[in-house]
Design a binder for this molecule. Structure first.
Ligand code: PHE
Length: 338
């Protein structure tokens, strides 16, 4: 019996010595110490021994079990220590190596200018309104009093998605959406993208406008003119005056075009303003009563003004960008400068 135990001990020692992983060790453990192990088998035979030998036998088997158990425990500790050391080794970092620089982006010049414009108008009590880029003819043309045969409706000027669905050509659509849902007093601006079939140094197929709409009792053309003057000065500086010139838009009456003093020559005349001293900035006017009537707003009681400014033009002047298309080429070398 003693011999048998010794053999088992030697075999166990050898097997435990060869084990390399905790998983294998678990298998060895159940082989020698588990319910179905050889040692347990021996223990079960205790009943067949003469009474006097039983305690001694039991003790010997238990000692063997304890020895094996100790070996397994030690091995387990060894494996864990080794795994930890391996992990440290494989995950080690060389803290003397130079770091990898994370590229930090910058805001797009249009985003910057848009935010600046929003801040100026918010400081004067305007709220920001938004509308969809994909619009219907009703909001882009009909509700804006644009006749069926107006050239702007032409396929050559407007990107149509379907018969009645198009990419908005102006942010004036948002005027309509706001007036559909809110009674006066109204005081909003709406910055956003617009789309027209044009592409040259001062026109991009996608561009940006900011629309303003103020509707209340007693709003006048002078309020419009003064608001524009204040905005232009806040945006470009005290030296930059603005003026309005008669024009035509279907949805405003009277209508005007907005000019600002040339930011390069301050009105003397230069290549930027083509000698005129003035730069075109957008359109404006008093909301046409026809527009109010369609929306059920009492045009006897309320008056309002609206204007639309080109954000891309403002950005070009502010950052001295010669070609509008540069804004949308996504050339990192260009965009990094802002
Ligand atoms: N939406 C007009 C345009 O894109 C500009 C405009 C806005 C005119 C508001 C009058 C009032 O040309």
């Amino acid at each position: 019996m003693k011999e048998k135990l010794n053999e088992i001990l030697i075999a166990a020692k050898e097997e435990i010595g060869k084990v390399e992983s905790l998983h294998e060790l678990q298998q060895v453990k159940s082989k020698y110490l588990g319910k179905k192990s050889v040692l347990n088998g021996l223990m079960r035979k205790i009943g067949t021994l003469p009474k006097a030998e039983r305690p001694k036998f039991g003790q010997t088997v238990n000692t063997a079990k304890a020895d094996i158990s100790k070996l397994i425990q030690n091995k387990q500790q060894d494996i864990k220590t080794k795994e930890y050391a391996d992990k440290l080794e494989s995950e080690s970092i060389d803290i003397s190596m130079p770091g990898r620089r994370k590229e930090v982006g910058s805001l797009h010049p249009i985003t910057k200018v848009m935010r600046e414009i929003e801040d100026i108008f918010i400081s004067m009590g305007f709220e920001i309104a938004e509308g969809p880029d994909v619009e219907d003819e009703a909001h882009n043309f009909d509700a804006l009093n644009t006749p069926e045969d107006h050239p702007a409706r032409d396929l050559s000027d407007t990107f149509y998605i379907d018969d009645d669905v198009l990419l908005r050509t102006q942010t004036s659509t948002v005027q309509i959406r706001v007036m559909e849902n809110h009674k006066p007093p109204i005081k909003i601006i709406s910055p956003g993208s617009c789309y027209r079939n044009e592409n040259d140094a001062s026109h991009s197929p996608m561009f940006h406008q900011v629309e303003a709409l103020v509707v209340d009792e007693g709003v006048t053309f002078v309020d419009l003119r003064d608001m524009l003057k204040i905005f232009v000065k806040k945006m470009f500086g005290e030296k930059i005056d603005s003026r309005i010139r008669p024009h035509f838009f279907p949805f405003t009456e009277p209508s005007a075009e907005i000019d600002i003093v040339c930011v390069k020559c301050y009105g003397k005349g230069c290549n930027l303003c083509k000698g005129s001293g003035w730069l075109e900035m957008g359109g404006a006017g008093m909301v046409d009563p026809n527009v109010f009537d369609r929306l059920g707003i009492d045009s006897e009681k309320f008056t309002g003004y609206a204007f639309g400014l080109g954000i891309d033009r403002i950005a070009m002047l502010k950052y001295k960008i010669p070609d509008m298309r540069m804004l949308f080429e996504n050339d990192i070398r260009f965009l990094k400068q802002f």
